[in-house]
Ligand binder design. Sequence first.
Ligand code: NI
Length: 182
Amino acid sequence: MIYPIVIYGSETLRNKSVDITPDYPDFKKLIDDMFLTLEEAEGVGLAAPQIGKNIRLFIVDCTPWAEEDPSLADYRKVFVNAEIYERSEETSLFEEGCLSLPGLHENVRRSVTIRMRYLDENFVAHDEEFTGKPARVIQHEYDHIEGKVFTDHLAPLRRNLIKSKLQKLARGSYRCTYKTKR
Ligand code: NI
């Protein structure tokens, strides 16, 4: 099934998510449905809070960048109970958007490289370094399971400038091509 995507203003996006255990009901189906939902919305990442579940689960699909970086040709990954424990001092700016904030695009500064412990969809443990586009998307999705959204990273002045847009989202005044809920 395709889930409706939770829009900015909902409490679900502000809660810190909790770890999940291997006995989580219908876990494989949930992951398949999240990939379906992501594909339908044409995004590059989706976190469980965005479909109304405050659990530490997110998926990433970097294949839209495969043309400029062939190593991303099959880059679809599942991250369970992730913990970022190192972020590089070196940062970069990149224009981000978010399925939960339709119509908003802002430059966000993030670390170029991170180190993260996580479980995959089979609950196998990994400790891995990520850099470039994957590190960018992972940090964005990781924010979601921590109750943050990308506009939280903007400088106060910039955030103030887009305040009315955020209020409109929270009031339900937005347009997008995929199913949403508040
Ligand atoms: Ni997002």
